[in-house]
Design a binder for this molecule. Structure first.
Ligand code: NAD
Length: 327
């Protein structure tokens, strides 16, 4: 049994080797994303493993089906880069990853604290020996209300982490969970927007959630609201964020993902001429903390992402099933 893995980072190679040996498969490792142009690299492979920059659209899935690829497994939790309808039509099984939610949840809490405590300008000042305090006064979570949108695995873990801070927690999810209701108050979106000092997003990117944070929803929020996004950039309208930071309606942003990040992230781009004005402009504000889509990036998660995809492909080929099967 042979698998072709794409977008493989150096830090994943050891995990791939260990997992391939453990489950008894051969794995070809490729650093580049999978495209229709290099789909021939999957020749002779029954499964492929990718990250989020391989756009598994209908054309690419067709190219894989022609090569007898039977399973595509993304090593990410998000699967918005896979055309699930096309996979279903072509008889290709799609899998995602289900590594522990704790890494992303902890990162989210870190972002909330970084923004509330003005960490970015404090760090800038310290670097140039400006040890003044003026303008850096923070806020304490115990006096604030945090709104959590999306209470699946990550959102629920964020809520669990936040209970220790003593803040009021509001939650919104079309599918509320009784175990979450023990720590947070489920409310409708209007109530969450109107009452939250901090709002954090933890839902998947779907047609129904695209730009859920837009000019109109921001207008319904409290003045000075802090928004955090460790889910998917396209959940937030980037232009609306910029305008509302400028207008000081938004008091701070913690963004691990941004709408136009595309293939900008996860590479050293220091000597490139970048043309992404939205991201360049947004990142200069003192109250905007941005990172390169790395909330997932922990030792435990990386190993689990690799093992879930290799194990998952093998299980599907042998038994037809796996716990993270999407179609
Ligand atoms: P999950 O499937 O366990 O939970 C998603 C929750 O969102 C579900 O409870 C669902 O009912 C809810 N939901 C759906 N539509 C909604 C809406 N309109 N409003 C509010 N809630 C809605 O997923 P998860 O494991 O918690 O992951 C959430 C997202 O986080 C993923 O889809 C992925 O895109 C993102 N993610 C980002 C990183 C990163 O490194 N930044 C890492 C992992 C996951």
């Amino acid at each position: 049994m042979r698998i072709a893995a794409f977008e493989v980072r150096d830090d994943e190679r050891e995990a791939f080797a260990a997992e391939a040996e453990r489950v008894g498969v051969d794995v070809d490792l490729h650093a580049e994303p999978l495209t229709t142009g290099n789909a021939h690299l999957a020749d002779g492979c029954e499964g492929v493993s990718t990250l989020g920059q391989s756009h598994l659209d209908a054309a690419l899935l067709e190219a894989l089906a022609q090569r007898d690829v039977k399973v595509v497994a993304t090593r990410t939790i998000g699967y918005n880069h896979i055309d699930l309808d096309a996979a279903r039509r072509l008889g290709i099984v799609a899998l995602n990853a289900d590594y522990a939610p704790n890494g992303v949840a902890e990162y989210t809490v870190m972002f909330i604290l970084l923004v509330l405590r003005n960490y970015k300008p404090a760090l800038w000042r310290g670097q140039v020996y400006d040890f003044s305090l003026q303008g850096l006064q923070g806020r304490e979570l115990r006096n604030l209300t945090v709104g959590v949108m999306g209470t699946g695995r990550i959102g629920a873990t964020v809520i669990e982490c936040l209970t220790g801070f003593g803040c009021r927690i509001l939650a919104y999810d079309p599918h509320p969970k009784p175990e979450v209701a023990a720590h947070a108050e489920y409310v409708d979106l209007d109530t969450l927007y109107a009452n939250s000092d901090v709002i954090t997003l933890h839902m998947p990117l779907l047609d129904s959630t695209y730009h859920i944070i837009n000019r109109e929803s921001i207008a319904r929020m409290k003045d000075g609201v802090v928004l955090v996004n460790c889910a998917r950039g396209e959940l937030m309208d980037l232009d609306a964020l910029i305008d509302n930071i400028e207008a000081e309606k938004i008091g701070g942003l913690g963004l691990d993902t941004v709408e136009t990040e595309g293939d900008l992230i996860h590479r050293d781009r220091r000597t490139d001429i970048l043309t992404n004005r939205g991201i360049a402009y947004l990142r200069q504000f003192p109250n905007v903390v941005m990172t390169q889509h790395m909330a997932f990036y922990t030792d435990a998660a990386v190993h689990s992402m690799v093992s879930c995809s290799v194990d998952g492909i093998k299980s599907v080929l042998q038994t037809g099933g796996f716990r993270t099967r999407l179609v």
